[in-house]
Design a binder for this molecule. Structure first.
Ligand SMILES: Nc1ncnc2c1ncn2[C@@H]1O[C@H](COP(=O)(O)OP(=O)(O)OP(=O)(O)O)[C@@H](O)[C@H]1O
Length: 251
């Protein structure tokens, strides 16, 4: 598999069995809206492996955000089991889930959710102050190419730059996994590519297991694997034998 080969090229050693960072088994999610039941996931089983870059592809309403939120401990399934490494997230109490979200998961959303009255560096420091083994805020900003803008406020930054601050904030805690829900959804193509370059660099340089939600099939070409969701079920899982460099993307 592609993520395997990447590791091999770097270490020149025999392939070993990939570690599953996530294992979801027959996960369902039904939202109950009064009398109405809305099935969002209908028996999803998947594994995400250490260090890989996965794109979750699917039309609006196919269940992508619901799945990512469950993997990230923001939501719980109606039935089924989700393992993070050896831990059963679905059997964890709220305090354990809080610690899991705080220490192990970096989230990036479509809208950047920066605090307007804090500089880029201070927005990142909010996280480094509570994380267990963070990197320095300036180092996180450097990884996304914004070290020089550390003392600027969000209003002084473009949308793409604000999203890169949000990425720096997400990875400054040194999370094991980076979960991105439509990170380029609010951006034009050129800016979206710069944001994807930052995410891809983090995946490659830090080895952070990365999942990116999109409905844009072009973006799927930069992934190690593409998992397609349709109507709350996994349709197709494709390994990109030759994955595109982010700079080659156009849509
Ligand atoms: N909190 C909620 N309450 C009720 N229904 C919900 C809730 N969240 C999601 N749904 C429903 O679950 C289904 C899956 O939604 P979800 O947001 O996971 O899809 P998605 O693929 O991420 O869509 P999009 O690309 O539009 O964000 C949809 O029918 C949606 O209306």
């Amino acid at each position: 598999m592609a993520y395997h080969r990447k590791k091999n090229r770097l270490t020149n050693t025999k392939p070993d069995t990939p570690t599953a960072v996530f294992r979801a088994v027959d996960v369902t999610k039904v939202y109950q809206m009064g009398e109405v039941s809305v099935p969002a996931l209908r028996g999803v089983s998947l594994e995400l492996f250490e260090g890989e870059f996965v794109v979750l592809l699917g039309a609006s309403g196919s269940g992508k955000s619901t799945l990512l939120n469950i993997l990230g401990g923001l939501d719980v399934p109606t039935s089924g089991t989700v393992y993070y490494l050896d831990d059963d997230l679905t059997a964890s109490d709220p305090a354990v889930l809080t610690r899991y979200r705080r220490d192990s998961v970096g989230f990036v959303f479509q809208f950047y959710n920066l605090i307007p009255s804090l500089t880029a560096r201070e927005n990142v420091e909010l996280i480094t102050e509570i994380a267990e083994s963070p990197m320095r805020a300036l180092d996180a900003l450097e990884l996304v190419g914004l070290k020089e803008r550390a003392d600027h406020f969000p209003a002084q930054l473009s949308g793409g730059e604000q999203q890169r601050v949000a990425i720096a904030r997400a990875i400054a805690k040194n999370p094991k996994v980076l979960l991105c829900d439509e990170p380029t959804g609010a951006l034009d193509v050129k800016t979206g590519i710069v944001v994807l370059e930052a995410i891809s660099r983090i995946n490659q340089e830090l080895g952070t297991t990365t999942a990116v939600i999109t409905h844009n099939a072009e973006i799927a070409r930069i992934a190690d694997r593409v998992i397609s969701l349709s109507d709350g079920q996994i349709g197709d899982v494709k390994v990109n034998e030759t994955k595109l460099d982010v700079s080659e993307l156009a849509w």
